[in-house]
Design a protein around this ligand. Sequence first.
Ligand code: NAD
Ligand code: UDP
Length: 311
Amino acid sequence: MKRILVTGGAGFLGSHLCESLLEKGHEVICLDNFFTGRKANIVHLLGRPEFELMRHDVIDPFKLEVDWIFNLACPASPIHYQFNSIKTIKTSVMGAINCLGLAKRVKARIFQASTSEVYGDPTIHPQTEDYWGNVNPIGPRACYDEGKRCAETLFFDYHRDNGVDIRVVRIFNTYGPKMLADDGRVVSNFVVQALRGEDITIYGDGLQTRSFCYVSDLVEGFIRFMEDETGFPGPLNLGNPGEFTMLELAEKVLAKVGGDSKIVYQPLPQDDPKQRQPDITLAKEKLQWSPKIELDEGLDHTIAYFRKQVG
Ligand code: NAD
Ligand code: UDP
């Protein structure tokens, strides 16, 4: 059993990860500054002796004795990562440096939650790990995209120069219970709007595509990658290759929730990628991993969760 640090552990993905690690019998230290994370996501874990919560910001150094580190700290929704873009870059870059420094010192295996955003608005489809991406370095998404790209660089430099044992995952859009109702990402927005009988806001013509992975599938992939003893550092795509337009997603959500919501069209944000689909050949080969929960089932679980949240 390992002692494991999860940065961003009170967020959407982090809180599911903390739960799964505890279920496997590990000790978990959850570090979070609660920017987009919530105590409500982890409050049920607080009484457990194997679980510890640290309010801390990853841009400030910290010392711990751990076997594994999962570095998830970083706001993931465009509205939140653009709220303070410079802080987002600091979180990605200085957070990576602090976590990697710790990993080097205590010889911990370290995981980086990177993103399909490193591919930017991709010119190849589906995206494979050897694609270098098409990112606007000065646009409104750059604080996140370039911050994550720089973090990947740091991970591979620490690996090459200092022998740090790294695992870099490129996560494609993931959804599920424990997203914030006001998170701003498309699945939570559409579900919450439909449940409240509000207009469903499609940005642009709604023909842009995304591939949506259910949270439990993703977390299973995270843990398999960390358990993998072959030393393969990544980068590794994790996501569900099922690809949908935002219009198809809106129609699915409306059909499931019912009610009188109407679809309305709003301007497309600058540099919004036109299409996204992970090529997961490598994850299948290296981890024997592929997602099990398709969008219809995942949406049912997500709608059931938000029904309780937003009444
Ligand atoms: P989230 O916003 O719910 O979680 C991020 C967590 O990090 C929050 O708990 C937040 O409070 C914490 N955090 C932010 N800045 C911090 C700082 N400076 N110090 C300490 N804690 C800080 O988002 P999420 O969807 O759970 O994403 C988790 C990670 O996965 C992020 O790194 C994100 O970039 C990555 N990711 C997620 C997705 C997705 O679809 N969910 C896709 C690609 C990558
Ligand atoms: N989107 C939308 N309506 C919303 C929120 C998002 O049409 O209320 C679109 C957004 O423009 C993008 C897609 O949905 O094309 C996915 O957006 P999200 O913020 O979830 O993720 P990302 O763009 O980072 O993949």
